[in-house]
Design a protein around this ligand. Structure first.
Ligand code: 5GP
Ligand code: MN
Ligand code: MN
Length: 325
């Protein structure tokens, strides 16, 4: 990893230089949290021409509206066209950057901070640690190397990122060093109970009814010869409209679906257009779902991956079935 080069890129900034922070489309807690933490850190270092953004509509999902550093955010359309430095957070590939992908080439230097094993290293400087539980771990290490002291605001952003990507410290990546990092963050005085309630446990009532509809139509396909057990469900744009909900409320559903003990692989297929579906995949270990996702044009981690599918729900399931064998 290019730690020294990344430190030099930040240390070499002149007062007039423009810095743009970007993260992946449909930003999650790790994308937003690691990006905003680093933005706050750069602000502490005296960087003045500082913007953060993400591709697509500028709305921040409600669970993240309490994050410190949101004032750094500008709409994609207002982001500097040719920043001196761009820093990219939690994007497995440049295809996850939507209309911001051009900044990788218009910027003087592009630093990529990430933790996806499938990341090809699409920046000029790449810090990709596939052993890191979250991009926040990488961002925290770079902030340390830049001698930025932790404060409660930076800590809260990093904590939200770490807690979301580790499934609240449950997933296999939850190492002793993850807990050590969490301990350092908590020592700044941030309130994990309040943060978790806001981020994980607060959704509109309509979302609860929507969950009933979507979970009620889950299907279990037991393992067939040479194959694996599969549990899956789907949510349409009509489901969202009927319950007057936004797409972000669907994110936790995969965690309910993957409980099914009979299945090795679980899927939630979420409609994003007339014949376009965002697919969340999870594995209990026997199957590398990132391999399936990459084969279908997406990416991710061994036990959690995704891609965009085309056609009908049945077309999407059939394509995945074909990959699972
Ligand atoms: P989730 O199911 O939580 O949306 O995503 C799980 C993992 O898969 C994340 O690490 C995310 O980076 C990756 N992922 C999800 N959707 C896509 C996609 O469309 N393309 C790529 N390259 N990765 C995805
Ligand atoms: Mn992410
Ligand atoms: Mn991540």
């Amino acid at each position: 990893a290019d730690w020294a080069a990344a430190v030099a890129a930040v240390r070499g900034l002149r007062p007039s230089d423009t810095v743009l922070l970007i993260c992946h489309v449909n930003p999650d807690g790790d994308a937003l949290g690691s990006m905003l933490a680093f933005g706050l850190g750069l602000r502490r270092l005296g960087v003045r021409n500082l913007q953060a953004t993400f591709p697509g509509p500028p709305d921040v999902p409600e669970p993240f509206l309490g994050l410190p550093g949101l004032d750094l955010l500008v709409p994609e359309t207002a982001a500097a066209a040719a920043p001196d430095l761009v820093l990219c957070f939690d994007a497995a590939s440049s295809s996850r950057l939507g209309g911001l992908v051009d900044r990788l080439t218009t910027a003087g230097t592009a630093v990529v901070l990430d933790h996806h094993a499938s990341n090809p290293g699409f920046g000029t400087i790449n810090i990709v640690d596939a052993d890191a539980a979250a991009t926040a771990v990488v961002a925290d290490e770079l902030l340390r190397r830049l001698d930025v002291p932790l404060d409660p605001e930076i800590a809260e952003c990093l904590y939200v990122a770490l807690a979301t990507d580790t499934g609240s410290f449950r997933f296999a990546m939850t190492t002793p060093s993850v807990h050590e990092m969490a301990a350092r963050l908590l020592e700044t005085g941030i309130k994990p109970g309040d943060i978790s309630r806001r981020v994980f446990d607060t959704r509109p009532f309509g979302a609860v009814r929507l969950y009933g509809d979507v979970l009620g139509r889950a299907r279990l396909e037991p393992a067939v010869a040479g194959g694996v057990g599969l549990v899956w469900t789907y949510a349409t744009l009509d489901d969202l409209a009927r319950h007057q909900q936004k797409a972000y409320v669907l994110e936790p559903l995969i965690d309910s679906v993957r409980c099914a003990a009979e299945a090795d692989v679980s899927l939630v297929v979420k409609q994003v257009g007339p014949a376009e579906w965002a697919v969340s995949m999870r594995s209990k270990g026997a199957v590398d779902v990132s391999r399936v996702a990459v084969a279908l044009g997406g990416g991710g981690h061994r036990l959690a991956a995704g891609f965009t599918g085309r056609g009908t729900v049945d077309d999407v399931i059939a394509a995945i079935r074909a990959q699972l064998g």
